[in-house]
Design a protein around this ligand. Structure first.
Ligand code: FE2
Length: 337
């Protein structure tokens, strides 16, 4: 279905209210000419104005790396930033740039909004998703070891000593908090040299970095944090080609690991629905240099790769320090339901 900007203003207003946008605040809407949903920026602009905020739209050129003085100053001085852009090209997302990290450090709230409108409506943030996320992030933060197993053959461990536990619920309402509307998930950055074991992706799981469902089984062998072998059919070939195309050491190491918290997510809609689906397990490869000063936000990883491939798996078990947290898409910890 097509929507005009006017159709979207109400939803953006609800979202900005959830993010506690106040009269007189400076709201920066960052986009680029190739962003596929050009109706979003005017809708966000109008919604911010109805709340009495000062709204600005910055449309950057398509080869912008988000590293020039003007962009950095604008981001650092905004109260609220709505990022709706695929820039900078080549590293997956603006959320992994110094510009975004510095804005968060300076106290900006930063919200990514770039999924189709059906997803924004389907997963409008609510307190249940926030509660599950926060409790999950607290559990994740305290844990030192992650183990992932599945009937399909996954069995691997990762260390996370000292790393944060983070959550996303689609609301950036605290100073220095980043979030993504729509999303519901718990995550952390495992230590990049720690993964050991076998990671199996089944047909129907989502290779999000390749923007496709796996058609056949992919088996990755992990040693000392690195993917040392990828076996399978065409999907294994494509994943190997993607990682080799980036080719840096970090392309073969993990980025973040965690689970989805939103039962409204639709597995038939590839994107944040895949990452957010209740009880599914997401272990991503590649870049994770993203941090925020706010508790339970950001990753604090050191993987500087240009690659980033989220992989979202169904029917997978997730363990923290030997305790089973998720089994076959059901939470064994009542507080996480
Ligand atoms: Fe990711």
């Amino acid at each position: 279905m097509d929507f005009s900007s006017a159709d979207l203003v109400d939803a953006f207003r609800i979202e900005l209210e959830l993010c506690k946008v106040q009269a007189g605040e400076n709201v920066l809407i960052f986009t680029d000419p190739r962003f596929v949903r050009p109706e979003y920026a005017p809708a966000a602009f109008a919604a911010a104005r109805t709340l009495g905020a000062n709204a600005y739209v910055m449309t950057s050129q398509g080869d912008q790396m988000l590293d020039d003085k003007l962009v950095r100053a604008a981001w650092r001085n905004a109260d609220m930033i709505l990022g709706m852009s695929m820039l900078p090209r080549g590293i997956g997302s603006w959320m992994y740039t110094d510009t975004s990290n510095d804005a968060l450090k300076a106290g900006a709230r930063v919200l990514m909004v770039q999924e189709p409108f059906a997803g924004l409506k389907r997963m409008l943030p609510n307190e249940t998703i926030r509660r599950r996320g926060l409790i999950g992030a607290q559990m994740m933060q305290e844990a030192k070891e992650i183990r992932v197993t599945s009937a399909a053959g996954s069995d691997y461990v990762m260390r996370k000593d000292g790393r944060k536990g983070a959550y996303q619920c689609g609301i950036a309402d605290e100073k220095g908090r980043w979030d993504h509307w729509p999303s519901g998930m718990v995550a952390c950055a495992p230590l990049e040299d720690s993964a050991e074991g076998v990671y199996v992706v089944e047909p129907g799981d989502v290779l999000l970095g390749l923007w496709r469902y796996a058609q056949n089984r992919v088996k990755m062998t992990l040693e000392k944090g690195k993917i040392v072998k990828i076996e399978g059919g065409s999907d294994a070939y494509l994943l190997q080609a993607y990682l080799d195309g980036h080719g840096d050491d970090g392309a073969y190491r993990f980025s973040h690991a965690g689970w989805g918290t939103d039962e409204r997510a639709d597995w038939g809609a590839i994107g944040m629905d895949s990452e957010s689906k209740y009880g599914t397990v997401l272990v991503a490869i590649g870049r994770n240099v993203f941090d925020a000063p706010t508790e339970h936000c950001g990753l604090g990883g050191v993987n500087n790769s240009t690659a980033h491939c989220d992989i979202c798996c169904r029917n997978t078990s997730f363990w923290l320090d030997g305790k089973l947290i998720v089994e076959n898409e059901q939470f064994l910890v009542p507080d996480l339901r």
